[in-house]
Design a protein around this ligand. Structure first.
Ligand code: C2E
Ligand code: CA
Ligand code: CA
Ligand code: CA
Length: 278
């Protein structure tokens, strides 16, 4: 038994070494990824109940020279820890606003872009300056930029978040609460923040056809949004049944594989072109 234990221990540490090593490699290459132009932004359509694209969410991808295309769930947490998210986030914001302005100039004038803000970015003292600068440089009207924040993101330093959000809201920038329904903040508390949109978390939409509880949660969020004069966007719509259910409930906006995958700008533009001619 003693031998087995020590073997187990050896394997355990080897596995840990392996993990730590991979993490270190990833962390090192993450540091140079931005200057090596390894990030790209994909766009996923945000679609209204009449099936029109009104906007898109900007989603970053990392094109790693060895590992290929890496999804954000694998490197965003690491980038948060190391602080790299701040410069990556700035780059995403700039790229997304620039692209949206380009589409405006091509005739898609009211298109808006929704950009994720990580908790770490939200704590940066020059966040406001960064955003104002990006809008000025790209020429994108402020009412065509939405920022997606999470409950935990704004609750880490709520007083500062309230001030920052009110300032930016006064400039015309709008805010979504991402993954809504998964946090623990009270409604009366959230009311203090200038929020335009509640994004119904994918987990509720996923089981909405089978699970009565999830249906009730979705209904509640939609009616809550209506009462508070907010918009509700359902995330992760994957099937026709889910889409129909959400339409029936009066959900105004939707996002998901059923309606459009996240895609490179050129491909998104083709979608826009089809919409224009139909
Ligand atoms: P999120 O903000 O909740 O973004 C939605 C995620 O759901 C995206 O994953 C999207 O590809 C995926 N998705 C969309 N429709 C469907 C669907 O119908 N079914 C399923 N199963 N998934 C769907 P992605 O692109 O892998 O991004 C994961 C997370 O990484 C995002 O979650 C967001 O929290 C973070 N992220 C992505 N881009 C950025 C960024 O530029 N900055 C920051 N701070 N975070 C980002
Ligand atoms: Ca998001
Ligand atoms: Ca989300
Ligand atoms: Ca999510």
């Amino acid at each position: 038994a003693a031998k087995e234990e020590s073997e187990g221990y050896r394997f355990f540490t080897e596995e840990m070494n392996q993990k730590a090593l991979e993490r270190m490699r990833l962390e090192r290459s993450l540091r140079t990824a931005l200057q090596n132009n390894q990030f790209i932004v994909h766009y996923q359509p945000l679609i209204n109940s009449q099936n029109r694209i009104l906007g898109m969410e900007a989603l970053v991808r990392w094109h790693h020279p060895e590992y290929g295309l890496i999804n954000p769930s694998r490197f965003i947490p690491l980038a948060e820890e190391t602080g790299a998210i701040v410069s990556i986030g700035k780059w995403v914001l700039h790229t997304a606003c620039q692209q949206t302005k380009l589409w405006h100039d091509m005739g898609y004038a009211n298109l808006y872009v929704s950009v994720n803000l990580s908790t770490r970015q939200f704590k940066e003292p020059d966040l406001i300056e960064t955003i104002e600068q990006v809008l000025e440089v790209t020429g994108l009207p402020s009412n065509c930029l939405k920022l997606e924040v999470t409950e935990s993101g704004i609750m880490e330093n709520p007083d500062q978040a309230i001030v920052t959000m009110h300032y930016l809201r006064a400039k015309g920038i709008r805010f979504s609460i991402d993954d809504f329904g998964t946090g623990y903040s009270s409604l009366s508390y959230l009311k203090r923040f200038p929020i335009d949109t509640l994004k119904i978390d994918r987990s509720f939409v996923m089981d909405s056809i089978q699970n009565k509880n999830d249906q009730e949660i979705i209904k509640t969020i939609i009616s809550m949004a209506r009462t508070l004069n907010m918009e509700a966007i359902a995330e992760g719509v994957e099937t026709r049944e889910q889409h129909e259910f959400l339409i029936q409930q009066g959900c105004q906006m939707m996002q998901g594989y059923y309606l459009g995958l996240p895609m490179p700008a050129e491909q998104f533009q083709e979608r826009l072109d089809i919409q224009k001619t139909s």
